[in-house]
Design a protein around this ligand. Structure first.
Ligand code: HEC
Length: 191
């Protein structure tokens, strides 16, 4: 055997022995988990929802939204209730939708589902619940409904007006704008 081989074995064999010794020392029972060196990687600190968590600010799992963040699908509505705010919405907000067929189709669907019960299919205000004693809404073809701008109507649907409640929880902002396009179409037909 050359001297090269000898020195190689002299180096290599002790290394193997040390590794085997370490292995049996750190993992005495092969049925058990390995020795855990960095436990942070093994056990995550993920918090249970709605339970306090020491690793989050204020120990709260549900953090409040950071200032300036807009939640997806929830564009802020910077108007309070009342007629003045409704008029301001009328001046400042524009309907993002035009009378494209898919917009009108969706608007008609929303109107049928949410508005017909009171306003009736033709907007005249004699829907089924009115026939059963509820105060009739003003006709959507009357002067006031014709005059109010889309933004003001959006305010009515978002925050309600008088006897009509808010529809913000049931109808998404996009659908509220689309149903307004349908109301405009109704108004054209009853004029
Ligand atoms: C529960 C019955 C009811 C439902 C459902 C309802 N409305 Fe109304 N709506 C009313 C009443 C009542 C008023 C009159 C409110 C007032 O000024 O006191 C009104 C007012 C309005 C006005 C303002 C009209 C005006 O002349 O001031 C608009 C526009 C309108 N509704 C649109 C809608 C649309 C669109 C829907 C469907 C998304 C809808 N409403 C669903 C009862 C209802």
């Amino acid at each position: 055997m050359s001297s090269n081989w000898k020195s190689f074995l002299a180096l290599f064999l002790p290394c193997i022995l040390v590794l085997l010794a370490l292995e049996s020392l750190l993992r005495p029972n092969p049925r058990e988990r390995n020795y855990e060196a960095f436990t942070e990687m093994v056990y995550s600190r993920a918090a249970e929802s709605l339970s306090p968590s020491a690793s989050l600010p204020g120990a709260m799992t549900q953090q409040s939204v950071a200032p300036g963040v807009v939640i997806r699908g929830q564009l802020p509505f910077h108007y309070g209730p009342g007629p003045e705010e409704a008029q301001r919405a009328g001046r400042e907000l524009l309907n993002p939708y035009t009378d494209e067929p898919h917009v009108l189709a969706r608007g008609a669907e929303i109107y049928l589902r949410f508005c017909t019960v009171c306003h009736a299919g033709d907007g005249g205000g004699q829907g089924p619940v009115v026939k059963r004693g509820m105060l009739p809404p003003p006709p959507l073809g009357a002067a006031r409904a014709l005059e109010i701008k889309d933004g003001e109507m959006f305010h009515v649907l978002t925050l309600g007006q008088g006897n009509m409640g808010s529809y913000a929880a049931q109808i998404s902002a996009a659908d509220r704008w689309k149903v307004i396009r349908h109301v405009r179409l109704l108004q054209e037909s009853v004029r």
